[in-house]
Design a protein around this ligand. Structure first.
Ligand code: SF4
Length: 311
């Protein structure tokens, strides 16, 4: 069953994961931390924030900084075409998996594909961030994106969905961090009997996909909700190629301390920097100007960012 109000406290390790250049504390192992100018209430760190921070802390500050009182307002950038395709496929998979969980069978394929089409159309109508090349051929860009959303959704419906036995879909979790001004929150795509499963779209193979911070955070959410770390973490990658393909990658978390340590470490360093920026002791660092991210075709903040590479 889907839990809409899952809120539990997890016991986190008390051993401090010391690392280079980081005065690390494990969540829950120290006393109350200064809120660093936070607004009232306890904000939640979602995985999208952690991922944005990892790409570029300046992007994080402009997108989410208002929630932590380190930026005047939230600057929301329209989605790219790649994100629009991913969101549409995700919506189609979710609809189909919810039906399988409740009714024990898949929806008719056309119903699922129509949702993928409609979802992309709605995203397009709301405005998208297009590259110069995409903007120069609007109709072609939109048509190809819809075709790709439909092809990937069809592939999932015909090959992957019959194998999946969902016990929960889009299950929420909150990991309370005692002694800290933040909690962790998120939603897992799919929970199977003792496993968790995520659907992704991408252009390249990615065998390490189950080992990302996102999947470790979902594992922690599973531990909060179910009382144990999932046996297996699976990622179904739908590959955006001329002939669409899929690959499923699986990992077994094994040693919990090793599995969760990088996640605690990442969150610790992020919280520390937010706190220091809020107190005026530090600035958010920019992404490497030579990285793919720091280009105007990838970063919607580029044209107004002093650290932009100019590419
Ligand atoms: S232009 Fe570069 S430094 Fe500025 S927000 Fe974008 S990625 Fe970060």
């Amino acid at each position: 069953m889907v839990s809409d109000e899952a809120q539990n406290v997890i016991s986190t390790p008390t051993e401090s994961p010391e690392g280079p250049g980081l005065n690390a504390r494990t969540p829950g192992s120290s006393g109350e931390k200064s809120p660093g100018g936070l607004k009232s209430g306890k904000p939640q760190l979602h995985i999208s924030m952690v991922n944005t921070f990892a790409r570029c802390p300046v992007q994080f500050q402009r997108r989410y900084g208002a929630r932590f009182d380190i930026w005047p307002q939230e600057e929301i950038i329209p989605p790219s075409v790649a994100l629009g395709i991913g969101t549409s496929v995700h919506a189609a998979v979710e609809l189909n998996m919810r039906n399988k969980m409740k009714e024990g069978e898949l929806l008719p394929v056309e119903e699922v594909l129509q949702l993928a089409r409609d979802n992309f159309e709605a995203t397009w109508a709301g405005g998208m961030l297009l590259t110069d090349e995409e903007a120069a051929r609007m109709d072609g860009t939109k048509g190809e994106a819809i075709d790709m959303s439909v092809s990937l959704s069809r592939l999932h419906h015909s090959v992957l969905a019959p194998q999946i036995q969902p016990e929960a879909v889009e299950e929420k979790f909150v990991v309370k961090l005692d002694g800290y001004p933040y909690d962790l929150a998120g939603k897992m795509d799919i929970r199977e009997k003792r496993d968790i499963r995520d659907t992704k779209t991408g252009g390249k193979r990615d065998p390490d996909a189950p080992k990302t911070m996102q999947m470790r955070m979902y594992s922690l959410g599973h531990k909060v909700n179910q009382g144990f770390t999932p046996d297996r973490v699976k990622v179904d990658l739908l590959l955006k190629q001329k002939t669409v393909k899929h690959e499923t990658y699986t990992t077994q978390p094994g040693n919990e301390e090793q599995w969760y340590r990088p996640l605690y470490y990442r969150i610790e360093s992020m919280m520390e920097l937010i706190d220091q920026v809020a107190k005026g002791n530090a600035k958010m660092p920019a992404a490497d100007a030579q990285s793919w991210m720091c280009q105007k075709s990838w970063c919607g903040y580029a044209l107004t960012c002093p650290a932009w590479s100019g590419k």
